[in-house]
Design a protein around this ligand. Sequence first.
Ligand SMILES: Cc1cc2nc3c(=O)[nH]c(=O)nc-3n(C[C@H](O)[C@H](O)[C@H](O)COP(=O)(O)O)c2cc1C
Length: 347
Amino acid sequence: MTLLEQLGIKHPFLLAPMAGVSTPELAAEVSNQGGLGSLGLGASTASSAREQILKTQELTDQPFQVNFFCHQPAVLDAQIAQQWIDYLSPQFQKYGATPPEQLNCIYPSFLDNDDFLNVVLETQPKAVSFHFGIPHAHQIQALKAAGILTLVSATNLAEALAIEAAGIDVIIAQGIEAGGHRGIFNETFDSSVRTADLVQLIKKHCQLPIVAAGGIMTGQQAKVLLNLGADALQLGTAFVQCKSSNANIAYRKALFDQPITQITASISGRPARGLINHWHMQIDTPERPQVPAYPYTYDLGKQLHAAAVQHNDHGFGAFWAGSNVAQIRELEAADLINQLVLEMNFA
Ligand SMILES: Cc1cc2nc3c(=O)[nH]c(=O)nc-3n(C[C@H](O)[C@H](O)[C@H](O)COP(=O)(O)O)c2cc1C
C-alpha cells in the first residue's frame, strides 16, 4: 500500500501541524480538498485537544492528523533561569512591566502521562504525529492496536533510524529550512541537514515511507522532493496566510513585510525558525547568557511578548516561518492545494 492509500488521501500534501496557528477549520479545509489536514495540539490541554478533534470531525469526514510534543522532562537550572530573567529584565522595564520571579513548565509532554494518548484513543483520528522525540513503547503499541498511523519528525539520519527501530509507521524528514521548532530529540545538538539531503539520506538507509518537510512553498519544489524519494510533503508556512489559520494581523503583515528568517532558541528554549524580529536583533547578542530549558524559556518569552503588545509593539512575537517564506501566497487552503497539485503535475 502506498502512503497516500494508508492515509486515505488523494494528494501528497499534508498541512503541517502548527500549535497556535492550526484550527479545526483549516484542518478540515485541507482534508476536504484531498490533502491531510492537521491539528497542532502540543500547546493544548487534554480537554482542549479533545474539543478541537471533535470540532474537526464535525467539519470533515475525511482523514486528518493530530500532533503532540514528545520532549524529555525538562530540568530547570535555577541559576541559568535567574540569569535569563535578569538579562531580559530591562526589556520588561521598557514596557513598564516586571518579569516573573520564576518560570513555569507551560507545555506538558506526551511522555509525561497518558492523558493525550487517551484522548487520541477515544477520538480515533487517522494519524498522530510527534515532534521532539518518540513516544513510549506502550503508547506506540496502543496506537497501533487502535489502527492509528504514527509519524515522528527526524532532523538527521540517527533520529530516523531510531524512529524506524521504535516501530513508528512514517518518518517526517524535517530539513533545516523548516519554519517553527526544529524537531531535534536532543535540544543541544542540531545537525542542520537540508530537506533534499535528508530525504535522500533517509531513503538510502531506512525502509519507512518519508514525508518531506521544510521550505516547500510550490508544487515544483514538491515534485523535486518526490523525485528524490519522498512519499508526501508537509507544508506549514505556506498555509499560515490562509484566512482560517489563527495567525494574527501583525504576524500576517510581517510575513509579507520582512520575509527573512533565522533560527533562535531564545524564544522558547529550543531552536526554532521564524521571521527576524527583536529576539534575533536585541536578545541574541554576543553577550547573551545560556537559555533555560524548554518550555520554561517560552513562559518568559510569551510574557515579554504580552508586555510589548500592550504598547503596540509586536517585535517579540513568535512569528514562525520557513526559509522560503518570501514565496508565500495569499490563497485559501482549498485553492492552495489545487495550485500545488497543478504545479506538481506540470513541473
Ligand atoms: C507556525 C508554525 C508552527 C509550527 N508548529 C508545529 C507543531 O506544533 N508541531 C510540529 O510537529 N511542527 C510544527 N511546525 C513545523 C512543521 O511541522 C514543519 O516542519 C514546517 O512547517 C515545515 O517547513 P515550512 O514551514 O517551510 O513548510 C510549525 C511550523 C510553523 C511554520
